[in-house]
Design a protein around this ligand. Structure first.
Ligand code: ZN
Length: 409
């Protein structure tokens, strides 16, 4: 059975971890900073060393290419991102790019010419140093000039970072592709579900949608000593009841969906005043849009119940949602067939974090799979995935690509 070269893959991981290395064992390579640029040069050199073709598009997305003969009009893409969060871990994104590169090298080593051209891709700015999922957004035509206005770096800095790479805002906006036949991404899980179930591979069936709601409970400010308890209209009582009941409610009715209240401000905010107004930032995530509609309706009903119980009023305002991305059944099956051929246990699961795959899903059959993260630690220098799981992930990438090629033959 065809396998990847383990030593070469693990050595790549080690070498790449030296670029932007932090003292505590992590890496810091925010998009288009000198460390990220260095990792891009390293990737390009690895591609040349492997005798693969190289290209970079107008969004700065880099590709290793293994051509079919003759070169096919459409291509199968695999990959992830080499940029990291500040002081992040060595595996997030990097492993996904390296296993895609390694799969192409393994095919080339065996003298295999694929029936469809294959690309191993490094997408620009996945981790939101600038815009977030920027390179993949550009490829699928979802990047707009307005996105640059919302950039986390100022306009001059953005120009500097782009010119370091030889790209511009215009080239970014023109980087749309129509030649993607399928997309597959490996990523570390960044959670503990695989580790606790003792499963090798998580086949992602959807990347969750995210809805956020600003909520304000309003009661009446009062003297915290003289106002009798039964007459108080304490806005925090309603908010507190909601936070705890929403937790129970979502666990009981919407598992594995999640809910979070991440900000609470009580006003006027004094020891001796009953809170008149409480602002809460409410966020919830689920894999299916219909479930999210239901969750939203039920959570709003719960808000109103909690307000009524404590004689409060409540208002809420939604922010633009992130729509859940459903993964392609045919690509998920290709991953599963690959896992079975290799003897890896697998289960389907949701991705609770965002990934480039959610953008690619808009233009092509797309799916992704996870390998276990020890302790679920991620966006942290202690992020760790065992060598054995990294190797499994790479062998599975190789066999997923072979399965996709067979499907298309
Ligand atoms: Zn990532």
């Amino acid at each position: 059975m065809l396998r990847i070269n383990e030593t070469r893959l693990l050595n790549d991981l080690k070498e790449l971890a030296r670029i932007g290395a932090t003292a505590d064992g992590g890496v810091s390579r925010p998009a288009l900073t000198p460390a990220d640029i260095e990792s891009r040069r390293w990737f390009q050199a690895k591609i040349a060393e492997a005798g693969l073709d190289y290209s970079m598009d107008g969004a700065g997305n880099q590709s290793a290419i293994l051509y079919s003969d003759p070169p096919s009009e459409k291509r199968i893409l695999a990959g992830s991102h080499l940029d990291s969060v500040p002081n992040g871990g060595r595996y997030d994104g990097s492993l996904g790019v390296l296993v895609a590169l390694e799969a192409l090298r393994a095919l080339k080593d065996k003298g295999i010419t694929p029936s469809v051209t294959l690309e191993a891709v490094n997408f620009t700015d996945e981790e939101s140093a600038i815009i977030g999922l920027m390179g993949s957004k550009a490829v699928v035509g979802q990047l707009t000039a307005a996105d640059f206005e919302r950039s986390r770096v100022d306009a001059d800095e953005l120009t500097r970072r782009f010119s370091a790479l030889g790209i511009t805002r215009q080239s970014m906006l023109a980087a749309t592709r129509a030649d993607v036949l399928a997309w597959v991404e490996l990523h570390i899980e960044q959670g503990t579900r695989l580790e606790s179930a003792g499963i090798d591979i998580g086949v992602v069936n959807a990347i969750v949608g995210i809805r956020s709601i600003h909520v304000a409970f309003r009661g009446e400010a009062a003297h915290a000593g003289t106002k009798p308890m039964e007459l108080r209209r304490d806005a925090l009582w309603g908010a507190a009841a909601f936070v705890l009941r929403a937790r129970e409610f979502v666990m009981e009715n919407f598992s594995p969906g999640v809910v979070n209240v991440g900000i609470i401000h009580a006003k006027p905010g004094a020891f001796n005043i009953v809170p008149a107004e409480v602002y809460c930032a409410l966020e919830f995530r689920h894999g299916a849009d219909e479930e999210m509609d239901e969750m939203e309706a039920d959570l709003i009903r719960l808000l109103e119940e909690c307000a009524a119980e404590f004689d409060l009023s409540v208002t809420y305002e939604e922010t633009p949602p992130v729509i859940p991305a459903t993964m392609s059944e045919s690509v998920m099956r290709a991953i599963e067939r690959g896992a079975e051929a290799l003897g890896y246990s697998h289960q389907r699961m949701l991705s609770f974090a965002g990934h480039d795959t959610q953008n690619l899903a808009a233009i092509a059959p797309a799916a992704m799979y996870f390998v276990p993260s020890v302790g679920g630690i991620s966006h942290n220098p202690n992020e760790f995935t065992s060598d054995a799981d990294c190797v499994n992930g790479a062998n599975l990438m190789l066999h997923t690509l072979l399965e996709l090629l067979t499907d298309l033959a």
